[in-house]
Design a protein. Structure first.
Length: 549
C-alpha cells in the first residue's frame, strides 16, 4: 500500500508530465522517422509498417505491469527505469544496422509506454481527492503537446536525425536521474497492505474499467487519426504543401491539448457522461462536414478545429474520470489496464481510414465511417444516461463492522449530479458497515425516467449482495412512510427515499428521528469528492439520538 507522495503535488505533476512526454516521443519514434530508416535498409512499406506496429503491441502489453509495479514499488523506481530503457532504445535506434536490430529496438521502444500508467498513479497519490481529476487532465494535455511537438519536428530543416537521437537519449538519461531525486512516490514500509494487489482480469471485470477503456480508445483514437492521417488528407484533398500540412496537423493536436484542460474543468462541473456525449456529437457533425470536402479556409479549417477540440475535451474528461474514481493504492494498475485496452482500440480508426482510402482512393467514405462511429458512441452514452454516470466508478474499500451505526444521508440531485459516480461509491462503501437511509431530492435530467433511477441503479451495481429499494415520501413524511423505511432497515435493505423539491434536509431529519438514527449527514457539492468523512450536518433540530462525529 502506498501513502500519498511526500513531495509537493505540483512538483510531482511537472516531473511526471515531462517524463511521459519524453517517453512518448520514444514510443512513437519509429513512425516519424520510419521512411528514412525503411529506405536505408531497403524495406518495402508493408514490412516497415509491420515493424512500426511492434512498439505499439509491446506498449499495450507492458502498460499494465508497469502500473502494477509502480503501485508496489513506487513511481520513483519505475519512471527512472522506464526512462533509462527508453534512452537505451533511442541510442540503439541511432546505431541500428540491420532489420533484426530494428525489430529489437522497436521492442525496447515499446517499453516507454509504461511511463503513462506509472506516472498517473503517482499523480493520483500526490493530489487530494478534489484535484486528482484536473491533475490527470494536465497529463493528457502533456501527452498531446508531446505528440504535437513530434509532428512539428518532422519538418524541421537541416536537422541531423542521428544527432537528434543522441540528444534525446541524453535528455532521457538526465531525466531518469532527476526523477529519482525529485519523485517521492514510494511504498511506506510502516504501512502494510490489507487488500492485496488486484490482477488485470480482476480490474477488467469492474464495469467502470471496461467503459473507461472504450472511451479512452475512442478519444485517443481521434488524436491518432489527426497525427497519422491529417497530413495526407490535407495534401491529397486540398493540395496543401507538405510542410504546411504537418504544421497544420501539429496546430490541431496542440488545440486538442488545450481542450484536454477544458475536459478536466468541465468534469468537475457537469456530468462526465454528458460531457463525453456532447464531445462525440460535435466530432460527428464536424466529420460529416469534412466528408463533403468543403472549402478549406472558411469551412474545413474550422471543422478540423472543432473536431480537435471535441476529441481533446473527451480525452481530458476520460483521464479526469480515472483520476477521480481510481483508488490511490491501485491507481497505476487501473490506469495501466484502461490505457492498455484503450490503446488496442486507438489505432483502429487510423487503420480504417487508411484501408478505405486505399480501396476507394477518396477520404469521403472513410471520414463518414468515422462520423458514424462518433454518432454510435454518443448514442450509446445517451441510451445509458439514466444509470451510467452513477455506475462508472471504482468500488471503495469497506470499513470494519465495528463502526456500525444507523445513518441517514441527504443529497440533492441538483447539487451532486456532476459527481454522481463518486457519491454512489461513497454511499455503497457506507452501506457495507452502516444501516443506511438515503434521502434524494430532485428529478433525474432525462424526461420519462423513474425518479432517482440513476442513483438506485448505480447502488445496485456496486452492492450486488444488498437489496436497494426506492420509495417515495412527502415533506413531512407520513407515519406509514417512516414505518416502511424502518421495516426495510430491519430486513437489511438500503432504502432510497425519493422526495420532491430542492432541499432534502427536513425530510432527512424527520426520518432520522423516526428510525432512531445515530447520525444524519448532508452531501454538499463542495465536499462530494471528500466524500462521507467530510459530509456536513444539515441545519435544524437534531435527531433523537446524538450525532456521531
Amino acid at each position: 500500500m502506498l501513502t500519498r507522495s511526500r513531495g509537493g503535488p505540483a512538483r510531482t505533476l511537472i516531473v511526471v508530465v515531462a517524463g511521459c512526454g519524453l517517453t512518448y516521443w520514444t514510443w512513437t519514434l519509429v513512425g516519424p522517422i520510419g521512411l528514412e530508416l525503411g529506405n536505408r535498409h531497403g524495406l518495402d512499406p508493408g514490412t516497415w509498417a509491420l515493424i512500426g506496429v511492434v512498439p505499439i503491441l509491446v506498449g499495450v502489453l507492458f502498460r499494465t505491469p508497469a502500473g502494477m509495479l509502480a503501485d508496489r514499488f513506487g513511481a520513483r523506481v519505475v519512471l527512472p527505469a522506464v526512462s533509462l530503457a527508453s534512452a537505451v532504445a533511442v541510442l540503439a535506434l541511432a546505431m541500428a544496422g540491420s532489420v533484426a536490430a530494428l525489430v529489437v529496438v522497436a521492442c525496447a521502444a515499446g517499453l516507454a509506454a509504461g511511463a503513462v500508467p506509472a506516472g498517473a498513479g503517482a499523480i493520483v497519490r500526490a493530489f487530494p481527492p478534489g484535484r486528482r481529476g484536473s491533475a490527470l487532465s494536465v497529463l493528457a494535455a502533456g501527452l498531446c503537446l508531446a505528440a504535437a511537438a513530434g509532428i512539428a519536428s518532422r519538418v524541421l530543416p537541416d536537422v541531423d536525425r542521428r544527432h537528434g537521437l543522441f540528444v534525446l537519449a541524453g535528455v532521457e538519461l538526465g531525466y531518469a536521474l532527476l526523477a529519482a531525486v525529485l519523485l517521492h512516490d514510494r511504498p511506506d514500509p510502516a504501512v502494510r497492505s490489507t487488500d492485496g494487489h488486484p490482477t488485470a482480469p480482476t480490474l477488467f471485470r469492474i464495469p467502470a474499467t471496461r467503459h473507461l477503456a472504450v472511451w479512452y480508445g475512442v478519444s485517443c483514437g481521434g488524436i491518432v487519426v489527426f497525427d497519422l492521417v491529417l497530413p495526407s488528407y490535407l495534401i491529397r484533398t486540398y493540395a496543401v504543401p507538405e510542410v504546411r500540412a504537418e504544421i497544420g496537423t501539429a496546430a490541431a493536436v496542440g488545440l486538442a491539448a488545450a481542450a484536454c484542460l477544458l475536459g478536466g474543468w468541465l468534469c468537475r462541473r457537469r456530468s462526465p457522461t454528458a460531457v463525453l456525449r456532447t464531445c462525440y456529437a460535435v466530432v460527428a457533425v464536424m466529420l460529416l462536414l469534412l466528408a463533403f470536402q468543403p472549402p478549406l479556409a472558411w469551412a474545413a479549417a474550422p471543422a478540423l478545429a472543432g473536431a480537435a477540440i471535441g476529441v481533446g475535451t473527451a480525452f481530458g474528461t476520460v483521464l479526469a474520470l480515472i483520476g477521480r474514481t481510481a483508488p490511490p493504492a491501485h491507481a497505476g494498475a487501473v490506469a495501466g489496464v484502461i490505457s492498455a485496452a484503450g490503446s488496442a482500440v486507438t489505432i483502429l480508426p487510423a487503420l480504417l481510414v487508411t484501408a478505405v482510402h486505399g480501396i476507394e482512393g477518396s477520404y469521403t467514405i472513410a471520414v463518414m465511417l468515422l462520423a458514424g462511429g462518433a454518432v454510435a458512441s454518443a448514442g450509446n452514452l445517451h441510451a445509458r444516461r439514466t444509470w451510467l454516470s452513477a455506475a462508472v466508478a471504482f468500488p471503495a474499500p469497506a470499513a470494519g463492522a465495528s463502526e456500525a451505526a444507523t445513518t441517514v444521508v441527504s443529497l440533492s440531485a441538483r447539487e451532486v449530479r456532476a459527481h454522481l459516480g463518486d457519491v454512489t461509491v461513497a454511499l455503497a462503501a457506507l452501506a457495507t458497515r452502516h444501516e443506511l437511509v438515503i434521502v434524494y431530492a430532485g428529478r433525474d435530467p432525462a424526461p420519462g425516467t423513474c425518479h432517482g433511477y440513476s442513483l438506485v441503479a448505480g447502488l445496485r451495481r456496486h452492492l450486488p449482495a444488498h437489496t436497494v429499494l426506492a420509495i417515495t415520501a412527502g415533506t413531512p413524511p407520513h407515519p406509514h412512510e417512516t414505518a416502511a423505511v424502518a421495516d426495510l432497515l430491519e430486513t437489511g435493505a438500503v432504502p432510497v427515499v425519493l422526495v420532491t423539491g430542492g432541499d432534502p434536509a427536513p425530510t432527512a431529519r424527520l426520518l432520522a428521528d423516526g428510525v432512531h438514527a445515530d447520525q444524519v449527514v448532508h452531501l454538499a457539492p463542495d465536499r462530494v469528492e471528500g466524500l462521507i468523512p467530510h459530509a456536513r450536518r444539515p441545519a435544524g433540530p437534531a435527531p433523537s439520538r446524538p450525532l456521531l462525529r
